[in-house]
Design a protein around this ligand. Structure first.
Ligand SMILES: N[C@@H](CCC(=O)N[C@@H](CS)C(=O)NCC(=O)O)C(=O)O
Length: 287
């Protein structure tokens, strides 16, 4: 313990004397003052480093430092999931190399159960062995750690709060109403569909004349919302209507997002989604 204390004192002194003297005299002076030798400093730091390597504290290292180290990034995902698509878009926007693992949600992997024991849902991002769960949380995490490339959230606190508000609206209102449409039929389904379209119109009004929810550039709300566009075809065929006639601006916005390789690569073929929905409704005994 003495060695550790002495080494800490030595490191503090280096800092203090940095401005005071030449590098040589600084070292000699500090070693002497702190009763350490170059050898003991080296060995103590080496030991401390080894002891903490497997136990990183949450405060350790600034995010940008971590992003520049060798990274292991894994995404547990399922192709049809709009939540998974959010993570895929953010990873692609930021050009983050990662391993993509497709989960069978009918037979969840041990890794998924271990990494997301609370909800047991995908997506899960595993960054250097540590899990990050919940899609919007993942997008925010990626944006913070890899903040240098394609920032998604605004840095201004007020604009950031607004972006989070709308992303929450997408989750709570749009995605929720959209999901309920698939597990109902008849009149109930019709009224849920109207509710769903109502929420889309609210979003359309929020978009206004901007090209993206993020303003001139695609941002957090765009990444949160655009995945559901891959399900529009399924809604249209099932409900025999057109989104274009109800919310043309929103459809134009989605098409604009699709021009981004990150989005077109992350979203699956709409016809494949429709076939998946049909199967799902059959399995649930709705069709
Ligand atoms: N709020 C979660 C929702 C994730 C979610 O519902 N994922 C679905 C796939 S779309 C899932 O893993 N379902 C498996 C289950 O519920 O057992 C998020 O944003 O990540």
């Amino acid at each position: 313990m003495y060695e550790v204390d002495a080494t800490c004192r030595y490191l503090q002194h280096i800092d203090y004397f940095k401005r005071e003297s030449s590098p040589q005299s600084r070292c000699r002076y500090n070693y002497k003052l702190c009763e350490v030798t170059p050898n003991s400093v080296y060995h103590t730091l080496h030991r401390l480093n080894r002891a903490t390597r497997n136990k990183p504290s949450p405060k350790e290292g600034a995010p940008q430092q971590r992003a520049s180290m060798a990274e292991e990034v894994i995404l547990l995902d399922t192709w049809v999931s709009p939540f998974g698509m959010r993570a895929r878009i953010a990873l692609a926007e930021k050009g983050i190399k990662h391993e993509h693992r497709e989960e069978d949600l009918g037979n969840k992997s041990d890794t998924l159960l271990k990494m997301n024991p609370i909800h047991k849902t995908i997506p899960v991002l595993i960054h250097n062995g540590k899990p990050v769960c919940e899609s919007n949380n993942i997008v925010q995490y990626l944006d913070e750690v890899w903040h240098d490339k394609s920032p998604l959230l605004p840095s201004d606190p007020y604009l950031k709060a607004q972006a989070r508000f709308w992303a929450d609206f997408v989750d709570r209102k749009v995605f929720d109403a959209g999901r309920k449409v698939w597990v109902t039929k008849g009149e109930e389904q019709k009224s849920l569909m109207e509710e769903f379209i109502g929420h889309l119109k609210t979003l359309e009004a929020e978009l206004g004349d901007e090209p993206y929810f993020g303003g001139e550039k695609m941002g957090y709300v765009d990444v949160t919302m655009v995945p559901i566009y891959s399900w529009f075809h399924a809604y249209e065929v099932s409900g025999n209507f057109s989104f274009e006639s109800h919310c043309p601006k929103l459809v134009a916005w989605a098409e604009r997002c699709m021009q981004h390789h990150s989005v077109s690569k992350a979203l699956p073929d709409p016809e494949k989604v429709y076939q998946y929905v049909l199967q799902l409704r059959k399995r649930l005994g709705i069709e």
